[in-house]
Design a protein around this ligand. Sequence first.
Ligand code: NI
Ligand code: MN
Length: 225
Amino acid sequence: MAKLTYFSHAAWQINSGAHTILIDPFLNDNPTSPVKAEDVKADFIIITHAHGDHIGDAVEIAKKHNALVISNFEIVNWFGSQGVKAHPLHIGGGHDFPFGKAKLTQAFHGSSFPDGGYGGMPAGALITVEGKTVYHTGDTGLFGDMKLIGEMNPIDIALLPIGDNFTMGVDDAVKAVELLNPKTAIPMHYKTFDVIDADPNQFVERVKATGKNATVLDYGGSMEF
Ligand code: NI
Ligand code: MN
């Protein structure tokens, strides 16, 4: 069994028993996170894009725990310049790591660094641990190839932004669940800031009304999968 933990916004942790994987660890400056960077450990850190609310505290955490950052080529080069070891992937490419597999998908969004530097293309990540696949879509708008991604990569858990304004809102995220057809969908990227004040329970009710499964993970909450 692996364990999935939500730290709020787009920040997640997957524990496989042997390995801890963090995704988009925006913690110290995140008003909704129940943990700070000093509270978490990591063997691997997956970064979906270069925006500050996704890079977060990855440099500090990676250096402290000698973690390997996994991201697109441009973001990996930047981490290298910060003295962090990192493995480059790019859209459509996957690689086997000690924990399982990570593969990047497209995401429709931006990916500049906080200083305006070029962060390559934004991505989502298909993360396979102990034979189960978690799809962290990153920050994205709805796109029709979610159907293709779901067909070719059976998804156990889909993590979907619902906050609107910068990403899909609830209506589009409900459609994303239909296209991806995951066993379970969990909302993310809401309420962190006033402008993304969406209701995760509304998302869950709407998904369930379509006959599919969804659940809310509280900030700091976990589930086994
Ligand atoms: Ni973003
Ligand atoms: Mn974001």
